[in-house]
Each structure stands twice: as C-alpha cells, then as structure tokens.
Write a protein that binds this ligand. Structure first.
Ligand SMILES: NC(=O)c1ccc[n+]([C@@H]2O[C@H](COP(=O)([O-])OP(=O)(O)OC[C@H]3O[C@@H](n4cnc5c(N)ncnc54)[C@H](OP(=O)(O)O)[C@@H]3O)[C@@H](O)[C@H]2O)c1
Length: 342
C-alpha cells in the first residue's frame, strides 16, 4: 500500500448557532439548521468519506416494537445530512441492513448520495463465502453497489490475503466501491494487503474514544503512514461521553455486556471520575461534552461513527458536531482522559 496521507476533513467544525447543554440532555429543536458534516477524501476510493456517521449496530435493539423508532432515526439522520451509514451482515442477523435499505428507498428514492458501509462477518472469510455475503447484503440493502465494504474482523483460521483477493474481484466488478477492514492489527493489515494488486485498504474501523485509546497501539500510526483512514467506533463510550452515568445512574446490563472490558466494576469509578472532570471542562468552556469527544477524535484524523437509537439523538449529536472546541480545551481533555491531574 502506498500513498502517504494524513486524513484531513473539509468543512468540519463549523460553529453552530444552537448548542445543546453539556450533558446533551436537552435536544435542540429539530428546526435548527444542521452543521456541515464535511468529507475526508480517500485516495483510491470512488467517493469521499463523510467525516461523521450513524452506526446501525444496536438500533432498536432488534425488537419489533422498536422498528418505527429505528426507521425514524435513520430517516432523521438522512434528512439532517448524515450520509454515512455503518451496518454489517451480523447486525440483527441482516435486519439492520434491511431496515437501512427500506428507509433509504422510501425517504430518498434509494439514497443515491448515501455512503453505505457494511461488513462481511469474520466467520465468512473464505472466498466463496465473501462473494455470497456481498450478494446477500446487496439484496437486503436494495443496492447495486456497496460504497465501502469491510472485513468485520480477522479470523486466525482464515488466509486474509485470499479473503482480500476475493474482495478485489468484487471491487473490479463494481459490487463494492472501496475495501476496508475492522479490528485489524498491523500484522493483519500487512497479511491482508498481500492479496491486493490494484485495490487498496482504505479504512480500518477500530474502537477509539477519549478513554479507550491504547496510546501505545502501533496500528493508528501504521494507518496514518499508509493512508488508511481510522473509523472510530464506540466514539461516545456508550453514552459516558454524553454525560450518562455521571450522576449515580447505574450502567444497564445490556450496555455493560457489550462494552468489552469498558464498564468492568473495578474500572468504572475511575472512568466516571475522569468523565466528571471532562464535563466540568465542557461547562467551563461552554461547549457540549459530546463536542469535546467528537472533535478530539477528528483532530486525530479519525472519523467517528456514533450509535444513535432515537431521532433526538441525531439532532443532539449533529449540534455537538457543529461546535468545535478550541485546541487548548481539547489538549486539556486529552490530559484529563489520560488521568493526568492539573
Ligand atoms: N466494527 C466493530 O467491531 C464495531 C463494534 C462496535 C460498534 N461498531 C459500530 O460503531 C457504532 C457506534 O458504536 P457503539 O454503539 O458501540 O457506541 P457509541 O456510539 O459510543 O454509543 C452509542 C450509544 O450512546 C447513546 N447516545 C447516542 N447519542 C446520544 C445522545 N445524543 N445523548 C445521549 N446518549 C446518546 C445511545 O444509547 P441508547 O441507545 O441507550 O440511548 C447509543 O446507543 C455501532 O452502531 C456500530 O455501527 C462497530
């Protein structure tokens, strides 16, 4: 892989006239004009990559009664200018892709300007499986092409070069617009790249937020040096960086369960203490806490993909994106999140 590049977004950080409260507890009125989201050009990809996206992993928690809310959330996101939608064949056993396809079809005649990203499961990495997964995702999404197609995670039993070779063939056929990976280490990226001759890996989607950052992890430096955009998942630490759980509310089991080691009982009090200090910083700087979380990531060259489960969250997150905290505030936030004392 060649083409050294440090991803830089255009049009990010445009100040917004509407500011949510630091805790994002009060959504702004839906009539407030959404901020420009911005794009990140990616060499070798058919379309520029939007700087902020909606993640469709836990939308509606997959129960039928939440379907209307899920669709309303996707619809609101599209209406308010979000174009990057992140899903996967494993999300809700295909339901996430299907709902996205339905909303885009109804709301926007197929959403030709949407940036649709989906993923092949780590259990489907053999070439014939990859092809079948792409065909099935296209059918569920109701599209002819997937803008960005990721390998959801490495499988030590799979030959990653073979998997990527199969993906390159689908890229040449136009079924996928660009190829990416997720949860890949430097070794995985190097092994995978061996399968590509003309296409390149344009994205690595990893867990990344102010608290969950593993500063010593070499993968981000590798990606920066090889022009691979980092997509940051779990950017809001499952709501903690919206100010949740800071006033005594306990973390629900379902959030705890799917939060890796994040909300382990021995870790939580320290996290809450640092998140409270971040909230105080946000109040002092008169910016939303979520703005600090999002723009700290953007400043690292990462593109956050936020999970949102209701339309008001779309408004609130967009309003937070529209407020770019000063660098000095982001520097202090960085130090607080690392546990440094003033
Ligand atoms: N590649 C991978 O392996 C991988 C793994 C995990 C996630 N992802 C992707 O990344 C996306 C986001 O990650 P994530 O869902 O783990 O974490 P996240 O974005 O850090 O947190 C999402 C949660 O924050 C809460 N939230 C969102 N907006 C809010 C607001 N304005 N105010 C208050 N709370 C708000 C919502 O909780 P409630 O729903 O409870 O209201 C939402 O479910 C996923 O949807 C998925 O697309 C990828």
């Amino acid at each position: 892989m060649t083409g050294k590049r440090r991803p830089a977004a255009k049009g990010r950080g445009t100040p917004s006239r509407t500011r949510p409260s630091p805790e994002d507890a009060t959504p702004p009125p839906p009539t407030a004009a959404p901020p420009a989201i911005g794009e990140i050009p990616i060499p070798g990809a058919a379309k520029p990559h939007p700087a902020l996206g909606l993640g469709l992993w836990a939308l509606g928690r997959w129960s039928p009664e939440d379907e209307a809310r899920t669709k309303a959330t996707i619809g609101r996101a599209y209406e308010r200018g979000i174009r990057w939608f992140d899903t996967a064949e494993v999300y809700g056993g295909g339901r996430s892709e299907r709902l996205l396809g339905e909303v885009l079809e109804r709301a926007a005649g197929g959403g030709p300007d949407a940036y649709v990203e989906t993923k092949v499961s780590w259990e489907h990495l053999r070439p014939a499986q990859v092809r079948a997964s792409v065909i099935n995702s296209l059918e569920r999404l109701g599209r002819h092409s997937i803008d960005l197609y990721l390998v959801h995670g490495p499988d030590p039993r799979a030959d990653l070069a073979e998997t990527l070779r199969a993906l390159e063939a689908l890229w040449k056929e136009g079924k996928v617009g660009a190829i990416g990976v997720s949860n890949f280490s430097v070794e995985d990226l190097e092994a995978a790249a061996k399968g590509l001759t003309e296409a390149r890996i344009v994205v690595n989607q990893v867990r990344y937020n102010l608290f969950d950052r593993e500063d010593a992890d070499p993968v981000r430096e590798y990606c920066r040096d090889h022009g691979i955009l980092i997509e940051a998942y779990t950017p809001m630490a499952r709501g903690l960086l919206h100010g949740r759980y800071l006033d005594g509310k306990s973390v629900p089991t379902e959030v705890r369960q799917f939060a890796h080691r994040f909300f382990e009982p021995e870790r939580l009090p320290g996290l809450v203490e640092r998140a409270r200090r971040l909230r105080a910083l946000a109040r002092e700087a008169d910016v939303p806490l979520a703005s600090i979380a999002l723009h700290w990531l953007a400043r690292q060259g990462a593109a956050p993909v936020i999970g949102m489960s209701r339309p008001e969250q779309v408004d609130s997150n967009l309003a937070a994106w529209g407020v770019r905290p000063p660098d000095e505030v982001l520097d202090r936030a960085d130090a607080i999140a690392r546990g440094e004392r003033a």
